[in-house]
Design a protein around this ligand. Sequence first.
Ligand SMILES: Nc1ncnc2c1ncn2[C@@H]1O[C@H](COP(=O)(O)OP(=O)(O)OP(=O)(O)O)[C@@H](O)[C@H]1O
Ligand SMILES: [Mg+2]
Length: 271
Amino acid sequence: MDLNAPSPADLAARPVVRMQHVTKVFSNGTLALSDMTLEVRAGEFVSLLGPSGCGKSTALRIVAGLGDTTTGSIDWPSSRIRPNGLPEDDIGFVFQEPTLMPWATVFANVWLPLKLKGVSKRDARPRVMEVLDSVGLADFATAYPRELSGGMKMRVSIARALATQPKLLLMDEPFAALDEITRQKLNDDVLWLWRETGITVIFVTHSVFESVYLSNRIVVMKARPGQVFLDMPLEVLTKRDADYRLSDEYAANTRKVSQALQQAIQKGAEA
Ligand SMILES: Nc1ncnc2c1ncn2[C@@H]1O[C@H](COP(=O)(O)OP(=O)(O)OP(=O)(O)O)[C@@H](O)[C@H]1O
Ligand SMILES: [Mg+2]
């Protein structure tokens, strides 16, 4: 027995992911991130908010292993690590576009990440149906993407990201292209999934309203160079539902976050 190996309880208490002093310079010389440090703990719902071009997507892609850091480090203190430096626990990624395979059914789209891991269609069926059910699409397993509304396509995309039961879900402006009512409904669904599964979420958005509705921590970034400007815990006393959107608490929180965003924009403009 390895006496130095951390116990499962020790592992669970550690951050899920830690970016330390990350700098990213693209090959064309763009300094997208500079000295970005961010630690995300298990069960947090963190929104990344900031002006266009401040590096939100870059940060998310680096966390997902879809891009390298120039300097600095990413580590996964609560996970076992694969030889490629990524955690053994899967990472779910939801993009702004649902990016579904148009020629494949809803079932086949959600099965894909499991298929890539070698799980047969028959073995994947219970999980695929479970995750489709969790996004309200169990009756659409045999439908094709063209038969679905924008909101439904996004639900399929979320189901696909959850298929492998990831510990961390990364979402990059997933609802930006949807109408307000669909967006609010999907916000509620994501909150429900977060509560039900205990998953950790990093959610990129431009919307102060959305970030205040969803998250228990808001990280405001600034541009030129991209880095964390303000890290705000958000303790919400009211239940997050339609009444919360109309509450004084929601109004006060959105005011606070809007001010922080305004300051971040100003700071970036001065740079
Ligand atoms: N592949 C790339 N090559 C060169 N520059 C890039 C690349 N990807 C992003 N950038 C630049 O890096 C900076 C950060 O981009 P990023 O897409 O991360 O910002 P963002 O905060 O996600 O913006 P938005 O809110 O508009 O989505 C920008 O200046 C962008 O032009
Ligand atoms: Mg982006």
